[in-house]
Design a protein around this ligand. Structure first.
Ligand code: ATP
Ligand code: MG
Length: 395
């Protein structure tokens, strides 16, 4: 028996004039994702349908749709013509199936009906009452409890009739791409993949820039970043990563600049390069995983310094979050286990013993002047490798 996945969207409802645009973007994301299991995408009044799904495909379809930003929730449903006998039979079948799934021989339920087709002969109240009666008669072991039932049988009469018992929450947010594109500074750590996820949730499409210090950082460290981007791409669609060769810049800083300024100067270079790459890739903002006061380079004065060396807006969606809160999200999006793999990062290769915690911009810029920044950056950019990762890649 083929089923239908009912897809509800969230905040897009708030959009006025621009609503068709948001709906189109969401539709596009649903169609792209549905390719994996071949359901048929359809649009209804303020919702979408994924039809013709087999029993085996349904869990995968639910999982995939729940990851698309802009989707509020989904319900696996039986869809049928608006015929009372057929609807009642489907309601009884759904109740029986749900009871089995709960592993119960006795359970309580209620019927909740919505009728948006006013020509349908029964109103919502009547429909619930009659369907409830039918279910009681045909499914043994059930009792009605309208206050705290074990489950609810939902019946909706719209363009067609839909019967379902379950609703799975989606990721919420806005369709990816409806808020432009941002350049994520992606390390191998816990924070930056979460930062990318948070911005994508509000509709920002992502590209990423990663700084590596090959040969001080390994192939495994590089693979780790690719794996993290792939995890994030399950929510965003394919992500282009700009792999920037950072070793020579770090060496130059190490040789020429005061040791305690190493990290902050490194971050100045990271921001400047990211902005250049972002402009070329037509991104409107930089995104980092910084959180206030987490480390020396994330104090208010350090952030002021790294902020002031670029013109582009810098978004730091984790700025007010505790590490434990960030970890919770990284577990939810399944990046945590990869992030904690112990491979060295470019920042861990050269670490000052006593980093400045309250850098002054003029002093830092003076130190940067000790270097031939333009040449160093040009060289790093020339050695940049671009790869695209996508959720469909073989792992
Ligand atoms: P994360 O867990 O994201 O690595 P962190 O707490 O370790 O963050 P830092 O290492 O100081 O903090 O990095 C702060 C931010 O700078 C990161 O969230 C990321 O956006 C960016 N960043 C750090 N290292 C790199 C890198 N090698 N390549 C690209 N961006 C980086
Ligand atoms: Mg880090």
């Amino acid at each position: 028996m083929k089923s239908t996945l009912l897809i509800r969207y969230g905040e897009i409802h708030l959009k006025g004039q621009n609503r068709p645009y948001f709906e189109r973007m969401l539709m596009r994301a649903i169609v792209a994702s549905a390719k994996k299991f071949g359901g048929q995408v359809g649009k209804g009044q303020g919702r979408y349908y994924l039809r013709e799904l087999s029993e085996q495909d349904m869990p995968q379809a639910i999982d995939a749709m729940a990851k698309i930003f802009g989707i509020h929730s989904v319900s696996p449903a039986q869809e049928m013509e608006k015929d009372l006998d057929i609807v009642f039979a489907a309601a009884a079948q759904a109740a029986e199936k749900k009871m089995k799934a709960l592993g119960k021989t006795e359970a309580t339920f209620k019927v909740d009906s919505k009728r948006s087709d006013k020509r349908f002969p029964l109103n919502s109240m009547q429909l619930s009452a009659e369907a409830g009666g039918y279910i009681l008669e045909h499914v043994p072991g059930l009792k009605v409890d309208v206050r705290k039932p074990d489950f609810v049988v939902h019946i909706e009469i719209r363009e067609t009739a839909l019967v379902y018992t379950d609703t799975v929450m989606g990721s919420g947010g806005m369709p990816v791409g409806t808020s432009g594109k941002g350049m994520l500074l992606l390390s191998g750590g816990i924070d930056s993949p979460v930062a990318g996820y948070m911005m994508a949730k509000r509709g920002v499409a992502l590209e990423a820039v990663h700084y590596h210090s090959f040969p001080y950082t390994s192939e495994r460290a590089r693979q780790k970043v690719i794996d993290l981007a792939r995890k994030v791409s399950e929510y965003t669609g394919p992500i282009r990563i700009h792999m920037v060769h950072f070793t020579d810049i770090q060496m130059a800083i190490y040789e020429k600049c005061p040791e305690e300024q190493l990290t902050i100067i490194m971050r100045v270079f990271m921001m400047r390069i990211a902005e250049m790459v972002a402009k070329q890739a037509e991104c409107g903002a930089l995104i980092t995983g910084e959180s206030l006061a987490q480390v020396a380079s994330q104090t208010l004065s350090s952030l002021a310094v790294t902020n002031s060396v670029v013109d582009m807006p810098v978004f730091r969606p984790l700025i007010g979050m505790d590490k434990t809160e960030i970890i919770d999200i990284s577990k939810k999006i399944d990046t945590f286990e990869t992030s904690i793999l112990p491979y060295e990062d470019c920042c861990t290769v050269f670490v000052p013993k006593h980093p400045v915690t309250h850098p002054r911009l003029e002093k830092i810029l003076k130190s940067v002047e000790l270097l031939d920044a333009d040449a160093l950056i040009a060289d790093a950019l020339a050695k940049t490798e671009v790869i695209t990762v996508s959720a469909e890649d073989e792992v």
